[in-house]
Every structure is written in C-alpha cells, then in structure tokens.
Ligand binder design. Structure first.
Ligand code: NI
Length: 180
C-alpha cells in the first residue's frame, strides 16, 4: 500500500533529521511519527490516529504532558486536517507535518502516487490531477527551513516529471487523432 510501514519508517527518519536541525524535542517527534498513521484508512485519519495514540501512550505509562504534545502533532499532520483549520502550533507538529509531506514529493512521491492509483484502479490522468490538486502544492506547505531546503529539489523533480508526462499524454492523444 502507498501508506504502508515503509512510509512510516521514512517519515520517522526524515522527521528526526529535521528535528535535530531545528532543535525540536526528539522524543515527541519520534513517537508522533511512529504513530501518526496508525488509523490510516479511516475517515479523518489524523484525528482518529491521535485518539488511538493517546490510548496507547497512556497504557504505556507516558505522562499527560508528553501525550498532549504527541497528540497535537498527529492531529495537525495531515493535509485534510490542515484544510479544516487544525494547524500545527508546536515546532514538533511542524516537523511531523513537513516530514509527512516530503514523503509525498520527489521520486518517492511519484512512486507512491502511482501505487495509490493502482490500488484504486485509477488512470494516469487521475494521477496528473492528483499532482495538480495536491503534490505540486506541497512546496508551499513547508514550515521549517530544513524541510524547505529538501522540498526544493523534490519539487523540481515532481514538476519535471509532471510536465514530461503531460507532454507525452498530449502527443499520444494527437497521434491517436491522426490515425483515426
Ligand atoms: Ni503519513
């Protein structure tokens, strides 16, 4: 799946890298990244994942202050919760949001977009629209300077691929028109 355990592992790694550079709380970031997609697949997965994470951490005996910090990171990490007005307030939440979005950019982002489309039986044209509606906008959603730096290169690659794909799709269409 496009949102699998490999995604979580990459997000943990990226988030810790950004957190170190930005001076964020590493333990909050690590735990939040590990649990951020635990309820992936559910509607409002960010809110649901935050609730489940809260339960798990309480069972493991974490203190309430730590749990609240992790919970905020998870609630505010997704594109859709941010669209609903749940924005990352803490540095740790900004770091998680950045890491999660970076994993939807660059070569990995492209690979994930096609995996996702394949799972749902979508077409290349659907992926092109997904680029326009979401992936090409992610560059403007970065909070930390460290992530902005990584995002630049990943965005350039996304854009290059997207433009090439569109050109080939159009010329393919034109060839079809000529034949018929
Ligand atoms: Ni994620």
């Amino acid at each position: 799946m496009a949102h699998d355990s490999d995604h979580v592992k990459r997000v943990v790694k990226l988030a810790l890298y950004i957190a170190k550079k930005e001076g964020a709380d590493l333990e909050v970031v690590r735990v939040a990244a590990e649990l951020h997609d635990i309820e992936r697949g559910k509607k409002n997965h960010a809110i649901e994942s935050a609730k489940t994470a809260e339960k798990i951490l309480r069972e493991r005996g974490y203190d309430e202050n730590f749990i609240a910090k992790v919970k905020h990171c998870i609630e505010a990490h997704s594109f859709s919760s941010q669209a609903m007005g749940v924005k990352p307030e803490s540095l740790e939440a900004k770091v998680l949001s950045d890491a999660d979005k970076l994993d939807a950019m660059g070569a990995i982002g492209i690979a994930r977009a096609f995996l996702f489309a394949g799972e749902r039986g979508l077409t290349i044209g659907d992926v092109v629209r997904h680029f326009e509606e979401k992936l090409l906008k992610l560059i403007d959603c970065m909070y930390t300077d460290t992530a902005k730096e990584i995002a630049k290169e990943r965005h350039e690659f996304l854009k290059e691929f997207y433009e090439k794909l569109k050109i080939e799709l159009i010329s393919e269409q034109e060839r079809k028109n000529e034949v018929s």
